[in-house]
Design a protein around this ligand. Structure first.
Ligand SMILES: [Fe+2]
Ligand SMILES: [Fe+2]
Length: 445
């Protein structure tokens, strides 16, 4: 595990969030806030107000501020239950995954019974204040994670509880990231990407120091963006280092984005099959069983054959640009460092897998036959092609981001070379991670 201590200086985005929260409800200082040199900065019993930032921001603190502030009248577990029930009513797949474990503990009941310390509940309130809608996302990931855990390790109550809590806190570290960066409609710099991808580490440190949660919960949070094939972040873990709690939360997080889309079962089916090796195979097969139980639904995609063919052409063009950029990097990068070469080979290998996955779906060949299909076949094909194209575009964007991130630690010459490949993968004239594509990337992270 990496060092999971919070820094001695408070995070300014968290402080802004706390002060914002204090405009709506009382936030009390429950313990003296002291600098490391012993100076008392804020006395116990005072309230967080507009001047709070000035009093604490530039000091090294004896203890993290998050352990000393408590908001009054925070919503209790009832609000989690209500949100869980709303999600169950809105998304049939979520209901199925929660009903799946007949007779075992209900994820909704588990959620309604969760009790957090006032400091930990205050953290969640600050996150919701900073990012409205976060609570709903947390509840969804928590429900899905517990639903999966219930079937995967049905008699492991400790794991079930840990995954539920990790789901609730998995993105709390985002409250420590510049909100302008979360909303950015421009390419993010490598430094900005790095600060975003630190959110699982911050979240795990908060779980330890503020929540008092055990290492199962910490790892569930820390590893929620890892992938079994080593292409996740922040630590690019592979099989051995990737905990069960982390694997469950990572899959729950991915499912949380897919279940909210049209025809979730089919999307999940395609997303999990198109790039095998990212998630725990036993979990993937459990999800496939569930999909069979729920049944394949909805096929009403609206693209015309012309739209599909144009999108396929775009994917081919993008692939061609990546191959050309890779050739160019090979030629110009003869003197590249071994690390840069390692990143390049890793990402290119992954790109080749995406390319193969695209070819293996056969959508390009079928699009050529489009006019010869029956109406029924065409409707089926429309849907399938739409899902595949979305998934491939998303995968390429993700690869581009990984390359941008990894490039940040290289020297200028190597970095510039790899950024050209990243731009080609992002599909744009524009650069890695632009506009709407980047938005959707962040939304599903
Ligand atoms: Fe998330
Ligand atoms: Fe996240």
């Amino acid at each position: 595990m990496p060092d999971l201590s919070l820094p001695a200086h408070s995070n300014k985005y968290f402080l802004h969030g706390l002060i914002q929260l204090a405009r709506h409800r009382d936030v009390e200082v429950v313990e003296d806030i002291c600098a490391q040199n012993g100076t008392k900065l804020v006395a116990r019993g005072s309230r967080v107000d507009a001047g709070f930032y000035e009093r604490v921001a530039n000091h090294k603190l004896a203890r993290p501020i998050e352990t000393s502030v408590v908001a009054a009248d925070l919503p209790g577990p009832e609000i989690y239950r209500r949100e869980a029930e709303r999600l169950l009513d809105t998304f049939p797949f979520v209901r199925c995954i929660c009903d799946w474990s007949h007779g075992r503990v209900s994820p909704v009941d588990m959620l309604a019974e969760m009790r957090f310390s006032p400091q930990a509940a205050t953290l969640l309130a600050v996150a919701e204040q900073r990012m409205p809608g976060m609570r709903s996302h947390d509840v969804l990931v928590s429900l899905l994670g517990m639903g999966l855990a219930n079937v995967y390790r049905y008699n492991d109550a400790e794991l079930l509880a840990a995954v539920g809590i990790a789901g609730m806190f998995h993105d709390v570290g985002e409250a420590y990231v510049d909100p302008a960066l979360l909303r950015a409609e421009r390419p993010l710099s490598p430094r900005e990407w790095m600060s975003y991808t630190a959110h699982p580490i911050i979240g795990a440190a908060l779980a330890r120091e503020v929540g008092g949660f055990d290492s199962l919960v910490q790892r569930g949070i820390l590893e929620h963006h890892e992938r079994l094939d080593g292409f996740g972040y922040p630590r690019s873990l592979r099989e051995d280092g990737f905990s069960i709690a982390g694997r469950l939360v990572a899959l729950a997080e991915t499912l949380s984005a897919l279940v909210q889309k049209q025809a979730p079962c089919r999307r999940i089916d395609i997303a999990l099959k198109i790039m095998p090796g990212e998630y725990e195979p036993e979990l993937v097969s459990l999800v496939s069983d569930l999909i069979d139980e729920v049944g394949i639904e909805g096929r009403d995609r609206l693209e015309t054959l012309g739209d599909i063919q144009a999108s396929i052409h775009d994917v081919f063009m993008r692939i061609a640009r990546v191959l050309a950029a890779h050739d160019m990097v090979q030629v110009q990068g003869r003197g590249m460092s071994a690390r840069a070469r390692g990143f390049l080979d890793d990402v290119f290998e992954r790109f080749v897998r995406v390319q193969r996955a695209f070819a293996s779906t056969g959508v390009a060949g079928l699009a050529e036959l489009g006019m010869a299909m029956s109406d029924e076949e065409f409707i089926e094909f429309q849907f399938e092609a739409g899902c595949v194209l979305d998934e491939i575009a998303w995968r390429l964007m993700k690869l581009s981001r990984e390359l941008v991130l990894q490039s940040a630690t290289l020297d200028e010459g190597d970095r510039r070379l790899l950024m050209q490949l990243a731009e080609a993968m992002a599909g744009g004239q524009g650069g890695a991670g632009t506009g709407a594509a980047q938005d959707s990337a962040l939304a599903t992270l």
